[in-house]
Design a protein around this ligand. Structure first.
Ligand code: GCU
Length: 338
């Protein structure tokens, strides 16, 4: 194990022993632990601060919320495992991470499934549709309780990507998920799955030729320092989810459940507002201070490669069909929106 990884591991063990030593209790209060892979200034984290404030205002005599940003409690995959056991109450994780729990979540990683942000929000805010997905993992000890916007994913690299031909043979970091790997294959690039926290170094030392993510990754985790081009090919809108330990949620009484539901609604709203604001800032800062050049790629060339994947994915996973058709309907309904 490298020294850096060893230090991280020891830190994780210390934090866990500490939080578990409290056995989830702090001076008579139940400690609610939230793991987040993003920095404290990221919209997801600011949203959870609003969640914390609401819960502690309403139920502060009983609960204390502690947020661990920067992946302090491990990469999303490990944090989700801790959440399954009840060592953590909440985890923020990408839809891609949830695919290994239930492949219904692969719907969110299908490239170009949403035609625009309006259709995307309409679908994500449809609680009835979402609960069909959110509750699929209860038997594994976790369930999703809310969603956060994570923008549109695009390639960022050290050479300009104008058409899909330009990514041919490039090694591109992806979030670990079968759909992401199939998508990169279809683009003709080589998918390199790895945790988010390792991407900066992997680009810097040329382990990969680039990555793909929203604009915020350029500034929040400084990927803009190690790439020259951010190429708008717009391949995915993959949301983040707030995932909870099922026994914890189920153990709340009805009035507490209502307060938690409200806190989650507030967090979603705060995140979405922060998201829009910070994305603009990220574009400005990465251009002016980091020297990143933004390129409008030929989206159609990328789309053509992956549209056949839709039918293939539907064929292999019949349970996403109803949701796929619903998304299609929303795309049609909002076709004139942005
Ligand atoms: C986005 C997303 C994170 C995810 C990351 C990644 O930043 O918000 O939840 O971990 O992408 O690519 O791993």
């Amino acid at each position: 194990m490298k020294v850096k990884s060893l230090c991280k591991f020891l830190l994780l063990i210390t934090v866990l022993l500490f939080t578990m030593g409290c056995s989830g209790n702090t001076i008579g209060k139940k400690l609610i632990r939230v793991s987040n892979g993003q920095p404290a200034s990221h919209p997801d984290n600011i949203a959870m601060e609003a969640f914390k404030k609401y819960i502690e205002d309403k139920l502060g005599d009983k609960y204390e919320v502690k947020i661990y940003p920067n992946g302090l409690l491990g990469a999303s995959k490990n944090a989700l495992e801790l959440c399954q056991t009840g060592a953590l109450e909440f985890v923020i994780a990408s839809a891609s991470n949830m695919e290994t729990f239930d492949d219904i979540y692969s719907i969110f990683s299908i490239p170009y499934i949403f035609d625009n942000v309006t259709a995307y929000y309409e679908v994500m805010n449809n609680e009835t549709r979402m609960s069909e997905i959110y509750n699929t993992t209860i038997d594994q000890g976790v369930l999703t309780v809310g969603w956060f916007d994570a923008g549109t994913r695009n390639f960022y690299t050290n050479k300009p990507i104008r058409t899909v031909e330009d990514v041919k043979g490039m090694k591109i970091r992806v979030q670990p998920s079968p759909t992401n790997i199939a998508m990169m294959d279809a683009f003709g690039a080589g998918a390199v799955p790895m945790p988010f926290s390792e991407v900066y170094t992997a680009i810097q030392n040329n382990t990969v030729d680039g990555a793909e993510n929203n604009e915020m990754a350029l500034t929040s985790v400084k990927h803009g320092e190690v790439v020259k081009y951010y190429n708008y090919n717009m391949h995915q809108m993959v949301p983040d989810f707030l995932v909870a330990n099922y026994l914890f949620i189920n153990g709340l009484d009805d009035s507490e459940k209502a307060i938690f539901r409200e806190a989650i609604k507030i967090a979603e709203k705060v995140e979405q507002e922060e998201w829009k604001k910070q994305t603009q800032e990220a574009i400005e800062v990465s251009q002016s201070k980091m020297g990143v050049e933004f390129i409008e790629s030929d989206v159609q060339s990328f789309k053509e490669r992956v549209i056949p994947l839709h039918q293939q994915i539907l064929k292999n996973n019949s349970k996403i069909k109803a949701l796929y058709d619903y998304i299609d309907e929303m795309n049609k309904k909002y076709k004139d929106e942005v």
